[in-house]
Design a protein. Structure first.
Length: 374
């Protein structure tokens, strides 16, 4: 119900605005009819109140919603998402492997753009009185740039880099572990062993440090190499017994031809070599230059699957980034919609202060709702 002016308030209105006093003999039938009569006597005094009185009482009152500019809303969804796509793509694929300086240079440019947007956001918050999207845009672009780089690097280290490194080496086919010295095939990446080659589980061993690093020599027809040097070793983590010769890593139960994928780098390399040294000491064999392999039934297909997994991971991360961008844009829109909201027109007070038309010093009047174009 609208607050009504009493006689003192009416006198104050008349005094402040040099208007004739309200007829005290007017019969007030109801609150709204009384207010309407007052507005008819003073049509130019409170135009907003006059328009609101008598309208439908609903939360969807005209003028009580913040008008949002849809263009920056779309930009704040797709620009951060595009930054994620670019940073994740540059740090996931071939460019990072073949031309890392170019890749990091482009990613660095995106971070420089983030710094520029942050500077603009600080400037807007200090000198621009109206709310803007600059702060949200700067934060969204920065988060997406960091997230894209981190996700892309994880994808690159786990799949892309091993794939390209293996493909830069040779594919050695029909190799005989007992007759071919390891020093003759040091440039091999994928090894396809001939018939009769397999794991010598009786000479397998391990090294334990947080994990169990298992190794087993690869020989031909259970015979020792002609050079008495065991150069080819299958390796695996946490797949063997710690008390006996027992190797169950990779395609260890393979009956036919097998192969191996070369292990080139990583923190586990030194532990596998220590396991080989322990096997040398335990079985009184020689392995001066061991080639460490992951035993596989189809090493070429397994390596090709790494490249496919890179694209699968990339597409999944891009989809997640789009959903996240839409979600946080929705939250920001809901939050910004409350900026500038005022009380309902039905709760507007009538003042009897001398300067009531200006709303007073300590309690300004709400003549309208100020809406912001974000």
């Amino acid at each position: 119900m609208h607050p009504l002016p009493n006689s003192a308030a009416s006198a104050g209105l008349a005094k402040a605005g040099n208007l004739p006093p309200i007829d005290a003999d007017v019969t007030l039938i109801g609150a709204e009819s009384s207010s309407l009569k007052i507005m008819e006597q003073f049509p130019d005094t409170m135009p907003l109140i006059k328009d609101r009185i008598g309208s439908a009482r609903s939360v969807f009152v005209h003028g009580h919603r913040i008008r949002m500019n849809v263009v920056p809303m779309f930009l704040n969804v797709f620009v951060p998402w595009g930054v994620f796509i670019l940073c994740c793509g540059l740090s996931s694929f071939w460019v990072m492997y073949a031309h890392p300086r170019i890749a990091w240079g482009l990613i660095g440019f995106m971070y420089a753009l983030c710094v520029l947007m942050i500077a603009v956001a600080f400037w807007a918050r200090r000198f621009e009185p109206d709310p803007t999207w600059f702060t949200y845009a700067a934060l969204a672009v920065l988060v997406m740039a960091i997230g894209g780089t981190v996700a892309g690097q994880a994808n690159f280290k786990n799949f892309s880099e091993p794939y390209f490194k293996i493909h830069d080496l040779k594919v050695i086919r029909e190799i005989d572990a007992s007759y071919t010295p390891g020093k003759n095939v040091m440039d091999g990446g994928i090894f396809m062993f001939g018939s009769g080659n397999g794991l010598d589980e009786t000479r397998s061993w391990h090294f334990t440090f947080k994990h169990t690093y298992c190794v087993a020599p690869i020989i031909t027809n259970t015979t020792a190499p002609l050079s008495q040097s065991y150069d080819f070793w299958a390796v695996g983590k946490d797949c063997c017994s710690t008390s006996s010769s027992d190797f169950r890593c990779g395609s260890w139960g393979l009956a036919g031809k097998g192969g191996g994928i070369r292990m080139l780098s990583g923190g586990d390399m030194k532990y596998y070599k220590l396991a080989v040294q322990q096997a040398e000491s335990l079985y009184n064999i020689n392995a001066p230059n061991p080639i460490l392999l992951t035993w596989s039934s189809s090493p070429d297909l397994e390596v090709s699957s790494w490249n496919q997994q890179v694209f699968k991971n990339y597409m999944m991360m891009v989809a997640v980034a789009l959903v996240a961008s839409l979600f946080f844009m929705t939250l920001a829109t809901c939050s910004y919609a409350f900026i500038g909201r005022s009380k309902s027109a039905y709760a507007t007070d009538f003042y009897d202060e001398d300067n009531w038309q200006q709303g007073g010093v300590r309690k300004p009047m709400d003549y309208g709702v100020r809406s912001y174009g974000a």
